[in-house]
Design a protein around this ligand. Structure first.
Ligand code: MN
Length: 455
């Protein structure tokens, strides 16, 4: 990178087209076709877009056009600029302002959001893991319709890592959050943690893109990860969380005279007591402002919510394959749904690679699976990164579809599944982690070695 930025493109000159009213997926789009499509969709109002750096609006109030412009700039930058040139169009102060503003909003939200769509709302869209696949996220927003007064989005975590545009993806979603705080909800995934970001590329991505400013921005973004809520309940019917269910946790012991700090050790030893399914009350009491949830001790809930997986077998047990979180059976799904009078659990977290290893679970090739069907309702896994992971040896690619779920009035409790294919070819770019040797899924990440795990 060097010299002054000299307007490398001007998206406003692209041909416009009419937005397709359908939700049918398109695949194999070329870069230029995608570009014109994006331009057409966003040509609702004249916008001033040039290669000049994005500017934070005067007064700090974002407009819909500003956020749409940001998406367009990020899309174009990913195709026409080197990664290290991103700051020429998305300067540090703008990133700083987006993250600061969004973090304030996120910190004001509870651990478990209560999302009650208003009468004007015609759909609540649930989105699973996106893992830095910016173009697929832009495509999803386009075919599904942008957030607005009639449409709420709940993103279920794992915005970064593995894919090459985690930074752009997360910043864009934060901008939507700032614009429409009551229409866009961002939940935390297990990849919104430092130990995953070191292993799966997001840390390196920020370093490559922002150079000397990377440390400042990375730490700032990590702080925003701690602010992300853990779960949501939509229309008193649908529980949404990245990993899923969690254990009941005793509160931290209050030391009284005559006890010693060592008395609290029993709370740190998960083997010392039997696991009991947690409730929404337990979730509300958890301390989520932890960068790397330990999944043990008196604050085990955040680790469970982010890392747990459903099992076809009944019961609640430690998730040995991942080394953190739980495996929970259909009986747990039944108990949780029944207790809270819910109809549905929508969780994410398992892509086609993770499912390939779990021969007793359904394949993720279509972007969703129905894992538990019980009297009280269902548990669904939703994965929204098509052709995942972005970087993988061709022989090991899954060529999976992504999916999203639409909930509609009046009950917002019946899932409508939509699948979509990846926007390919993707821009050529090097990966930010050793994808050849990296584990296929998040399993077996070593929480004990090399990574601080303060819990
Ligand atoms: Mn995950």
């Amino acid at each position: 990178m060097g010299g002054r930025h000299t307007a490398p493109w001007c998206p406003c000159t692209r041909a416009s087209s009419t937005r397709s009213p359908t939700r049918s997926p398109r695949n194999g789009s070329s870069a230029s076709a995608h570009g014109s499509k994006i331009s057409g969709v966003r040509a609702e109002a004249p916008r001033k877009i040039s290669g000049a750096p994005v500017e934070w609006p005067h007064g700090g109030v974002l407009s819909r056009d500003w956020v749409l412009m940001l998406g367009e700039v990020l899309d174009t930058a990913s195709r026409r600029l080197q990664p290290q040139q991103l700051p020429t169009v998305l300067p540090v102060p703008v990133v700083d302002a987006i993250v600061t503003t969004a973090e304030r909003l996120l910190n004001g939200e509870p651990n478990c959001l209560k999302i009650d769509p208003e009468k004007s709302c015609t759909s609540v869209v649930l989105v699973g893991d996106v893992h830095g696949q910016l173009h697929d996220v832009l495509h999803l927003l386009e075919i599904t319709g942008y957030p607005g007064s009639d449409q709420i989005y709940v993103f279920n975590g794992d915005y970064v890592d593995r894919g090459a545009w985690g930074f752009e993806t997360y910043i864009l979603l934060l901008a939507w959050k700032v614009l429409l705080p009551k229409r866009v909800f961002l939940l935390r995934g297990n990849h919104e943690t430092r130990f995953c970001n070191i292993a799966y590329g997001f840390e390196e991505e920020v370093i490559v893109k922002y150079g000397d400013d990377a440390s400042f921005l990375y730490e700032k973004i990590l702080a925003s990860f701690e602010a992300l809520p853990l779960a949501a309940v939509v229309a008193s019917s649908v529980y949404v969380a990245h990993g899923g269910l969690f254990r009941h946790c005793q509160q931290a012991p209050v030391l009284t005279p005559g006890t010693t700090p060592n008395s609290s050790k029993r709370f740190m030893d998960p083997e010392s007591r039997s696991l009991k399914l947690g409730t929404l009350e337990d979730l509300a009491k958890a301390t989520r402002g932890v960068l790397d949830p330990s999944g043990v001790g008196h604050n085990a809930v955040p680790g469970d919510v982010l890392w747990s997986d459903p099992s076809p077998n009944p019961g609640l047990e430690f998730n040995a394959a991942r080394g953190i979180g739980l495996l929970f059976g259909p009986d747990c799904t039944q108990e949780f749904l029944q207790k809270h009078r819910l109809k549905l659990i929508v969780r994410s977290h398992e892509g086609p690679d993770a499912r390939e290893k779990r021969t007793d679970m359904k394949s993720m090739d279509n972007g969703y699976t129905i894992d538990h069907v019980v009297d009280a309702g269902k548990l669904i896994t939703l994965f929204s990164a098509p052709d995942y992971p972005q970087f993988q040896a061709r022989s090991r690619r899954h060529e999976n579809k992504g999916a999203y779920i639409v909930l509609e009035p009046p009950s917002f409790s019946k899932p409508h599944y939509h699948t979509f294919e990846a926007i390919i070819p993707r821009p050529q770019v090097s990966s930010y982690y050793d994808y050849v040797n990296a584990l296929d899924s998040d399993e077996e990440l070593d929480f004990g070695k090399g990574v601080e795990n303060p819990g």
